[in-house]
Design a protein around this ligand. Structure first.
Ligand code: GTB
Length: 214
């Protein structure tokens, strides 16, 4: 049974790879699992067929036989558990890699999402210009200790893991803000992730969808 994921019919980012199907594609590419993609429009995402898969009417979703999942944390964890390549065999190292997945999603990603909200959704509010420096500082408050922990290492805990996949996916979103460049070691960490052949395949696949004619 081939895994099927959902993705935007046309991502608002024009194929920059920032929508969350990219991290699921990346995980599937890392473990060598073929997959199919069902593209959904913004309208279809809020209709019953899609809501049955994703209660919040979002992408991505993941279907494998009679299993349907939503939430990229859960999806990537499931892929990493089912296939070799994204989690270490050693139980403690595995637990630490999973910890980094949670850290990416619950500690590092929220202030980054706040910045996206402040710039895009609330960009026209009179208080936005006053708020933006605070939001940017809260992100620095996460990047600084992350940079310290990474130190001279290539990856967060030994070899590349699902923890790095998630952290790089979260940090990628910062590039346009200039904040990543304030931490050259983190910028290099993200670049290492993007240089992985599996990431490139994932990126190219979503790029092809989002830049096709019509
Ligand atoms: N916590 C969920 C997860 O990790 O799976 C979040 C899922 C989510 O936010 N999905 C977004 C979505 O479906 C797409 S990725 N949004 C439509 C909706 O809520 O109606 C977020 C996203 C959207 C657009 C860009 N972009 O254009 O740059 C980047 C990221």
């Amino acid at each position: 049974m081939t895994v099927t994921i959902t993705a935007f019919e046309r991502s608002p980012d024009g194929g920059r790879g920032l929508a969350r199907d990219t991290r699921v594609r990346w995980a599937l590419e890392e473990v060598g699992q073929p997959y199919a993609v069902r593209l959904v429009s913004f309208t279809a995402m809020k209709e019953p067929a899609h809501l049955a898969l994703h209660p919040f009417g979002q992408i991505p979703t993941y279907e494998d036989g009679d299993l349907a999942l939503f939430e990229t944390g859960s999806i990537v964890f499931h892929i990493a558990e089912r296939h070799a390549g994204l989690l270490p065999q050693d139980a403690n190292a595995r637990a630490r890699a999973i910890t980094w997945m949670f850290a990416a999603l619950s500690t590092v990603e929220p202030p980054i999402l706040d910045l996206v909200t402040a710039r895009i959704v609330e960009g026209d509010k009179p208080w936005t210009q006053e708020r933006l420096p605070l939001v940017r500082d809260r992100i620095r408050g996460r990047l600084r200790p992350l940079s310290t922990r990474l130190g001279d290492a290539d990856w967060l805990d030994g070899g590349f893991s699902a923890g790095d996949l998630m952290m790089v996916s979260v940090l990628l979103r910062l590039r346009i803000s200039g904040l990543l460049d304030e931490f050259p070691d983190l910028a290099a960490y993200v670049a290492r992730g993007e240089a992985r052949p599996a990431y490139k395949r994932a990126f190219d696949a979503q790029w092809a969808v989002n830049t096709r004619a019509g």
